[in-house]
Write a protein that binds this ligand. Structure first.
Ligand SMILES: Cc1cc2nc3c(=O)[nH]c(=O)nc-3n(C[C@H](O)[C@H](O)[C@H](O)COP(=O)(O)OP(=O)(O)OC[C@H]3O[C@@H](n4cnc5c(N)ncnc54)[C@H](O)[C@@H]3O)c2cc1C
Length: 402
């Protein structure tokens, strides 16, 4: 079948851009439709701190992205999780698993710049921006038409495969007639850069509290990346607090493990929602990343999982060497992604509920759960394998060590 492009990706965010880079080795004509104009990074490349699992670090190194980072990622050598008011806690040391680190923390804006530098090097790659996806259908020749609007007006592209990488409120998903299952956790996450008396030492702290998690992630610039969860109705007031009052609140929620909290930068706010598509494929179309599933950020898994969606797709296209939109290839993608997707969603949802559950009767159980996890090596190994990105049938690039 003749088409303008082998693959059209809608969305040039974290997953869409990574997919374009992974496809470059396959000698295909690839186009990416992105709403953000040239010269600016899509808004998602902001000040949020991204924890990259080891599998993600491996793949992004192999794809030549991490070498383009302005500031190297900060290694996570230790994970410390606890719950306010409960006695249990979990401490995991990468060295106990024969690893130098579980993963790395990278600032999303720096990651966006590194991806952009790699995108500029791609060979058979066309970027349509600013352009907005409008609609899609299958034409009389069996190709996917992708209707877009750009400066020149509206037009249609023809593709053998359409990839929806257009995020949580995916227009492509809606146009394909795929519904979504949505849950609002009624929490808002405030994100900021923070300095404390004790400089980061490679420990990622997660403290579960009444209204959500408070996490301090080690950054490479002697600061921490703070994530502070608050009840939705309090979010605006907490965001508007003076620096001093905000630090006092975070200190109370987090405790003193990093010493006194000294200063905090600008705060940005994100609503915690789960949005899951019950199916991820349609004729000559596939959903990846947040368009397929958006998770509560508590487990730091959204991009890690979405990258594995994208890399599995690239791997299947590479090994089939045929039509990238073939129905059996898309069915294989859905099959291969199922276990990782289900387990990561369940793990993240469990953590989110643990941080929200108020029932006093459950508290001792939660504490015991944490204690048990702290002492049972087999349960820990499972948790660590998942957190490092090795759930289910992961793509080969995630296992490559370069
Ligand atoms: C506070 C916070 C912390 C997080 N921390 C982590 C973490 O530590 N680790 C982790 O793995 N994940 C983390 N995540 C999740 C991660 O940010 C997302 O999973 C990731 O951004 C999803 O990437 P995506 O490419 O699927 O979607 P997005 O990054 O949202 O990109 C979608 C793109 O599509 C474009 N677009 C949308 N509609 C259209 C249209 N109609 N036409 C053209 N273009 C369009 C947008 O402009 C955008 O560029 C965090 C999220 C939050 C909110």
């Amino acid at each position: 079948m003749k088409a303008d492009y082998d693959v059209v990706i809608v969305g040039g965010g974290l997953v869409g851009a990574s997919l374009a880079i992974a496809l470059d080795r396959l000698d295909l004509d690839v186009a990416m439709v992105e709403a953000t104009p040239p010269g600016a990074l899509p808004a998602v490349f902001d000040e949020r701190n991204l924890s990259f699992a080891e599998a993600t670090v491996n793949a992004l190194s192999a794809l030549g992205v991490l070498a383009r980072l302005r500031m190297p990622g900060a290694p996570i050598r230790r994970i410390h999780a606890s719950r306010r008011g409960d006695f249990g806690r979990v401490r995991l040391e990468a060295a106990d698993y024969g690893r130098e680190a579980f993963g790395q923390v990278v600032v999303a804006r720096d990651f966006g710049e590194a991806l952009e530098a790699r995108l500029l090097e791609l060979a058979r790659f066309t970027r349509l921006r600013p352009a907005r996806f409008l609609a899609t259908e299958i034409d009389a020749q069996g190709a996917r038409t992708v209707r877009i609007a750009d400066a020149a007006g509206e037009r249609s592209l023809r593709a053998r495969l359409l990839v929806a990488a257009d995020g949580t409120r995916s227009g492509v998903r809606a146009a394909l007639g795929i519904a979504e299952d949505t849950h609002d956790y009624a929490q808002t996450l405030l994100v900021a850069r923070l300095r404390a008396e004790r400089a980061p030492d490679g420990t990622a702290y997660e403290r579960l509290g009444r209204d959500g998690p408070t996490a301090l992630l080690p950054r490479a610039d002697r600061h921490y990346g703070l994530v502070h969860g608050v009840a939705r109705e309090e979010a605006e007031a907490v965001r508007a607090l003076s620096d001093e009052a905000f630090l006092g609140r975070v200190q109370q929620a987090f405790g003193w493990r990093a010493g006194r909290l000294l200063s905090v930068g600008a705060r940005s706010a994100y609503e915690a929602v789960r949005v899951v598509a019950p199916r991820t494929t349609a004729e000559r179309a596939v959903l990846v990343g947040n368009a397929a599933q958006t998770l509560h950020p508590i487990g730091a898994q959204g991009f890690n999982l979405g990258l594995r969606d994208a890399l599995t797709l690239a791997e299947l296209i590479e090994t089939s060497r045929g039509d990238p939109g073939d129905a059996s290839l898309l069915a294989a993608h859905a099959r291969r992604r199922q276990a990782d997707r289900e387990r990561t969603l369940a793990m993240t949802d469990g953590l989110a509920r643990l941080s929200a559950n108020q029932a006093p009767l459950l508290r001792p159980l939660r504490s015991l759960g944490m204690l048990a996890l702290d002492r049972a090596p087999s349960a820990q190994a499972l948790l660590v394998g998942g957190a490092m990105g090795y759930r289910g049938d992961v793509p080969a690039l995630c296992r490559s060590r370069t």
